[in-house]
Design a protein around this ligand. Structure first.
Ligand code: SF4
Length: 247
């Protein structure tokens, strides 16, 4: 089974569980490690698909991103829907080789309906420009799609309810590189508790994709000393991305 099929099967398993249990409890035992098992279990330990793989042909990259958005609809599956202005699904190239995943929409993102458009987003755009990465070439989204009140961390049940849609986005886009922006996204995706200072600056194998973590741009706005390590991380990312695009 290919890694792409494997991640797809994980999505189907989540969806089947959701359908079966109608969201009575968090689907996963914990909120960390989106796609539980993807980052921490060997491939052979992931559940078998609900139907033979032959009946589930692989969608072309980006081929069903629209369907994912339609399935999400005007989502009320978790409590975060109550105070949102806009659901912030994601933006960018549906066939991106590089995907950025942050924590959650902030106030500006909630107002406009697009991720990373506030001050942190403007800084991210500057980093993109310095690293020769075009925003329109990559895909940007968040762990959860609705703004937590007061910009608090998303709660475990909110993450577990929203994460099948992130997995479906990843499955649709099939990026080869993922960058987790900030502590929460890094810990959640990797199922780790170490601080971002220990997680950043190195590559992880995330279900066959290369994943790197760095400080969230908003952290850089609060603490200038984070800009240097962020730039170091983006140089690693830029080199890997260029190699991918040019070959
Ligand atoms: S955060 Fe996700 S699951 Fe919760 S209401 Fe928004 S889209 Fe739905």
């Amino acid at each position: 089974m290919s890694r792409s099929e494997d991640i797809r099967n994980e999505v189907y398993r989540f969806l089947r569980q959701q359908k079966e249990f109608r969201y009575p409890d968090p689907i996963l035992p914990g909120f960390r490690g989106i796609g539980k098992g993807i980052a921490t279990k060997p491939v052979s330990a992931v559940s078998a698909p609900p139907a033979p793989a032959a009946t589930r042909p692989a969608a072309p990259a980006g081929g069903n991103l629209t369907t994912v958005r339609e399935d999400l609809g005007e989502c009320t599956r978790c409590g975060l829907h109550g105070q949102r202005t806009n659901l912030v699904f994601g933006v960018g190239n549906p066939n991106a080789k590089l995907m950025f995943i942050g924590e959650a929409p902030g106030a500006d993102e909630d107002r406009i309906g697009e991720p990373f458009v506030g001050r942190a987003g403007q800084l991210l755009d500057k980093i993109f420009a310095a690293a020769d990465i075009r925003r329109e070439d990559v895909y940007i989204t968040n762990i959860v799609k609705c703004r937590p009140p007061g910009n608090r961390d998303p709660q475990p049940d909110e993450v577990t309810t929203c994460n099948p849609f992130l997995l479906q986005q990843i499955d649709a886009i099939q990026p080869q590189l993922i960058c987790a922006l900030g502590r929460f996204a890094a810990q959640t995706l990797l199922d780790k508790t170490e601080g971002i200072g220990r997680l950043r600056g190195r590559w992880f194998d995330w279900h066959g994709k290369r994943l790197i973590c760095t400080y969230h741009p908003s952290a850089c706005l609060r603490n200038e000393s984070y800009k240097r390590p962020v730039w170091n991380d983006f140089q690693m990312l830029r080199d890997a991305y260029k190699e991918l695009v040019e070959n």
